[in-house]
Design a protein around this ligand. Structure first.
Ligand SMILES: [Fe+2]
Length: 256
């Protein structure tokens, strides 16, 4: 038989076992709760997948407006560029028709006294030659107002007494126009002979052709009114040059 003391000890031991068992259960329970905590990331992972899913949809939505906006932006500059292109040529074309306003030099008869082969010389004046000195000058142009460099101006005329040299080249000669089409040849004021007013004969040749044959006249000459060949379009403009020399200016315009 157990005494009261032994019975108390046994009960105490049993109570301790129970406590240990409860502690073990609590530990297991705690482990289970820790394992439950491991499942928590799974729950958080799922939302992250669902939030990532809308992301690809967003670019599709932004691509459509971008494509719609692009044609609008390019259409506007295209219209303004077209207007600019159509306006620009107008001012460049307008001045062209008014840039050249010359009249072709009229042709006139050669007459009976022309001699081919006259020498090139800037002055036809010889020592002791009577007559008023004149410098015949001007420009040689095409009907497009282009100066003709190298154009040849061939001159022949009567002397102060109205006589032509038919044996040589007295008062006969040629000059070439410079790069700007300017020509100048020194001579004397030609004399009068029966039936004609005062005049100088010329042949003007553009390199490669053509050749224009005409005559130059002088203003304030009474015989200009009676000469049947006279043409007022061929009147030279007179002015005073240096040293008492007269300047007789006239341009020659040839069709080219
Ligand atoms: Fe003549």
């Amino acid at each position: 038989m157990l005494g009261a003391k032994e019975s108390f000890v046994i009960k105490s031991l049993e109570f301790r076992k129970l406590g240990t068992a409860l502690a073990a259960f609590a530990f297991i329970a705690a482990g289970c709760s820790a394992g439950g905590a491991n499942t928590a990331p799974v729950a958080t992972t799922l939302p992250s997948v669902t939030t990532a899913a809308p992301t690809p949809v967003a670019p599709a939505a932004t691509t459509v407006p971008a494509a719609m906006a692009a044609p609008t932006a390019t259409a506007v500059p295209a219209v303004t560029a077209t207007k600019a292109a159509t306006v620009a040529p107008a001012p460049t074309l307008a001045p062209t028709p008014t840039a050249c306003s010359v009249t072709l030099t009229p042709a006139q008869t050669e007459g009976p006294y022309y001699l081919a082969g006259a020498p090139m010389k800037a002055s036809l004046v010889e020592a002791g030659m009577a007559g008023t000195r004149v410098i015949l000058t001007g420009r040689v142009l095409t009907n497009q107002c282009v100066p003709v460099a190298g154009a040849i101006v061939d001159v022949w005329q009567a002397d102060d007494a109205g006589v032509y040299d038919l044996k040589g080249f007295r008062l006969r000669g040629k000059v070439a126009a410079d790069a700007q089409g300017n020509y100048a040849i020194e001579t004397i004021l030609p004399g009068l002979y029966p039936g004609r007013t005062r005049h100088i004969h010329v042949k003007v040749t553009i390199p490669g052709g053509p050749t224009l044959t005409s005559q130059v006249y002088f203003p304030n000459e009474g015989a200009n009114r009676t000469d049947g060949i006279f043409d007022a379009a061929m009147l030279a403009k007179m002015s005073d040059g240096a040293g008492g020399v007269k300047m007789a200016t006239i341009d020659f315009v040839l069709k080219k």
